[in-house]
Design a protein around this ligand. Structure first.
Ligand code: 2AM
Ligand code: CA
Length: 266
């Protein structure tokens, strides 16, 4: 697979930050046993990765704007282009020594997602997609799963926890999915959940309360792998409504129905 110049820039930034995160992840496993614990250290690792990505991307494409998990909004001179960056998605896993975390970088041009990279350095996985050119995992072309029935499907999700998310709404949605699927999985990194849908490992995914930097890259990767991504009402206001439903065509439709939405605009 020949990579475009913009994908090369994004991959280089993600790999550089990935090497830094991988080193720090090794250290977290030592700090687990210390009295202070690895909390502050993880936050430093996160900021360091974001700084690396910011520097690499702004050097390669001066003037582009940014929306980053840690740094927030940085308006560039070029407001047609915006990077959406999550330097460490799956922070809780990272903190607990679980090797399921990722770097997520997406590029919007005039509000449209055009390029995406998700990298899990602990598992040496690199997902890339460019609008109109397909999605790839380590240079292998990706395609969403071919399962057509909910009863055969494995569905990823994110579970609200202490101090976060709407527990009541989640407990309303969960019974329908658990009663109708072959299994539910919770990875703890929304970017990787979406990458797994693109790779056909998960047949579908739903979550609420996510931010644009958690999902932007994964949305394009799923779509370029032939999948569908909407908000829980079947529309495209994923960033505004902070709900997301993804899957192959059939399972996406089935999930929307089970979650009680009308599939109006897909
Ligand atoms: P994080 O690791 O970068 O915090 C887990 O279900 C997913 O929810 C992860 O992708 C996690 O990203 C994200 N998440 C956790 N807390 C969040 C918050 N306050 N706002 C948005 N996303 C959050
Ligand atoms: Ca995140």
């Amino acid at each position: 697979m020949a990579r475009s110049a913009i994908i090369n820039v994004m991959v280089q930034a993600a790999m550089k930050a990935g090497r830094s995160l991988a080193r720090d992840f090794g250290e977290v496993q030592n700090l687990q046993v210390s009295l202070k614990g690895p909390g502050d250290y993880v936050s430093q690792a996160d900021h360091k990765a974001e700084k690396t990505i910011f520097e690499e991307l702004s050097r390669a494409r001066p003037g582009y704007s940014f929306l980053m998990e840690e740094g927030g909004v940085i308006e560039g001179t070029d407001n047609q282009h915006r990077w959406l960056v999550d330097p460490l998605d799956g922070t809780t896993n990272f903190l607990h020594g679980i090797p399921i975390f990722s770097i997520s970088i997406a590029l919007e041009r005039q509000g449209q997602l055009v390029a995406a990279v998700i990298h899990n350095p602990a598992m040496d996985e690199l997902y890339v997609a460019e609008r109109g050119s397909g999605a790839f995992l380590n240079d292998r072309r990706l395609r969403v799963s071919g399962r057509r029935k909910m009863e055969d499907s494995v569905i990823g999700t994110g579970v609200p926890h202490l101090g976060r998310g709407n527990h009541h709404d989640y407990l309303r949605d969960l019974p329908a999915i658990m009663a109708n699927s072959a299994g539910i999985r919770r990875l703890g990194s929304a970017a990787l959940d979406l990458a797994y849908v693109a790779a056909g490992r998960f047949d579908g995914f739903w979550e609420a309360g996510l931010s644009p930097w958690d999902v932007a890259a994964g949305m394009l990767i799923v779509r370029e792998a032939g999948g569908f991504v909407t908000d829980a009402d079947g529309g495209y206001e994923i960033f505004d409504k902070q709900t997301i439903v993804a899957g192959n065509e059939e399972i996406h439709r089935a999930l929307l129905k089970l979650l009680g939405a009308k599939r109006t605009r897909v």
